[in-house]
Design a binder for this molecule. Structure first.
Ligand SMILES: *Cc1c(COP(=O)(O)O)cnc(C)c1O
Length: 356
C-alpha cells in the first residue's frame, strides 16, 4: 500500500481513478474523453455538472460566476491585478512564498501595498489582518499557505473586496464565498489533475477592460472561450461527485480536522520530530515538520519511502519534511505515517539509521 503525501499534484480518491480508468477508452459515445470535442453536448454536460456540483458544495451564490481556466494559480497572480485594476493600488498580505510571488506579479500592474508581512520570521507566523484598509482595489490573501503550513481562519470586514488564493484548502474546509470578491485555485491540490484553474468571482467585479482575450475574465463568463483542459475538467467533475457522495465539504473538513489533529498530536508528543508551526494557525492540509537536522530529515524521508510513504520532503525552498493531508488521504495513511515515525524513533536509538 502506497500513501502519497505530495503537496501537489496531490492524491486523488482511488474510486475516482478506477472509474476514470474504466471509462478511458470509451466515454458514452465510443470515443475517449480526451478525443471528444469540448463543444459536444456530452462534454457540455460534464462542464455543467461540474459547475453545479461546485456551486452546491461551496454554496456559491448566483451573483458569482465560476470560470474554468488554465495557467494555474500562477496566472491568477497576473489576471487578478489586470482585471480588478481601478485605482491601480492593491493590498497584499505577505504570508508565504506563494503570496510573495503573487506580490511580485501584481507589481507589473500597479502599486502594491504590503498590508502585513511575516517574512521577517520566515513565514512561521501569519501577518495580522490590517485594521482598516482603503484606497485599494482589493486585498489579496493566501488563505492556506501550502509551503509554510499556516492558515487563516477568521475573516475581518475590510471594506474592500477580498481576493483569496485557496489552491490548497478549497473543498478541504468551509469557505464562506460571499465574504470574498474573488477566489482562485489550481485544481491539482484537492480537485483533480493539473491543467485546470478555478476562479469564483462576484459578477460586479467583472469589468470589460482593454485586455487580450484570454486574460480578460469577462471573456470567460458562462462560456468556454477556447479549448479547456478537457481531461482535467472531466476528472474534477468525478472528484466533486465523490466529495458530494462522502457528505460534502462539512464531512471533508471534519475528516481533515481529525487527520491533522492526530498528526499534530503525534508531532507534539514526539521526542524526535516537531511541527514547524505552533498554535491556532496550523493548516489542516499541509503540515511541515522536522527533526531539526537536515540529514536526519532526509534519512527519515528515505526510511518512510521504503515503507510506501512517499513525497514527504518539504518544499525545495524551505527543506525539512511536509505531509499534505488532502481530502483523498485516508485516516489510515496518517496512522501509518505515525507508526513509521515511531519505528524510526526506535531505530534512532541506534545511530545507524542515518544510513538506511
Ligand atoms: C500550488 C500553489 C500555487 C501555484 O499553483 P500553480 O497551479 O502551480 O501555478 C499558488 N498558490 C498556492 C497557495 C499554492 O498552493
Amino acid at each position: 500500500m502506497i500513501y502519497n503525501f505530495s503537496a501537489g499534484p496531490g492524491v486523488l480518491p482511488e474510486p475516482v481513478l478506477r472509474e476514470v480508468q474504466a471509462e478511458f477508452l470509451s466515454y458514452k459515445q465510443g470515443v475517449s474523453i480526451v478525443e471528444m470535442s469540448h463543444r459536444s453536448d456530452t462534454f457540455a454536460t460534464i462542464v455543467e455538472q461540474l459547475e453545479a456540483r461546485l456551486r452546491r458544495l461551496m454554496q456559491i451564490p448566483d451573483d458569482y460566476a465560476v470560470l474554468f481556466l488554465q495557467g494555474g494559480a500562477t496566472l491568477q497572480f497576473s489576471m487578478v491585478p489586470m482585471n480588478l485594476r481601478e485605482s491601480g493600488r492593491f493590498a497584499y498580505l505577505d504570508s508565504g512564498i506563494w503570496s510573495k510571488k503573487a506580490i511580485a506579479d501584481a507589481k507589473h500592474y500597479g502599486d502594491v501595498v504590503v498590508a502585513g508581512s511575516s517574512a521577517a520570521v520566515k513565514y512561521r507566523d501569519l501577518p495580522a489582518w490590517p485594521e482598516t484598509i482603503s484606497d485599494v482595489d482589493y486585498l489579496h490573501v493566501t488563505l492556506n499557505n501550502t509551503i509554510e503550513g499556516t492558515r487563516y481562519t477568521k475573516l475581518p470586514d475590510t471594506g474592500v473586496p477580498i481576493v483569496a488564493d485557496v489552491s490548497s484548502n478549497i473543498l478541504a474546509e468551509a469557505i464562506d464565498v460571499k465574504r470574498y470578491g474573488l477566489l482562485y485555485a489550481g485544481a491539482q491540490k484537492n480537485i483533480g489533475p493539473a491543467g485546470l484553474t478555478l476562479v469564483i468571482i462576484r459578477r460586479d467585479l467583472i469589468v470589460d477592460r482593454d485586455l487580450p482575450s484570454y486574460l480578460a475574465y469577462s471573456k470567460h463568463v458562462d462560456t468556454l472561450l477556447n479549448t479547456p483542459s478537457t481531461f482535467s475538467l472531466y476528472v474534477a467533475e468525478r472528484v466533486l461527485a465523490w466529495v458530494e457522495g462522502e457528505g460534502g465539504v462539512e464531512a471533508m473538513e471534519r475528516r481533515n480536522v481529525e487527520k491533522s489533529g492526530l498528526f499534530y498530536d503525534a508531532l507534539d508528543a514526539s521526542p524526535l520530530f516537531h511541527a514547524v508551526v505552533s498554535g491556532k494557525q496550523r493548516s489542516l492540509t499541509n503540515i511541515p515538520f522536522t527533526t531539526g537536522d537536515a540529514e536526519t530529515d532526509r534519512a527519515f524521508q528515505r526510511f518512510a519511502e521504503a515503507r510506501g510513504l512517499i513525497e514527504l520532503g518539504g518544499h525545495r525552498s524551505v527543506g525539512g519534511l511536509r505531509a499534505s493531508l488532502y481530502n483523498a488521504m485516508p485516516l489510515e495513511g496518517v496512522k501509518r505515517l505515525i507508526d513509521v515515525m515511531h519505528e524510526f524513533e526506535q531505530e534512532g536509538q541506534d545511530v545507524s539509521y542515518k544510513n538506511v
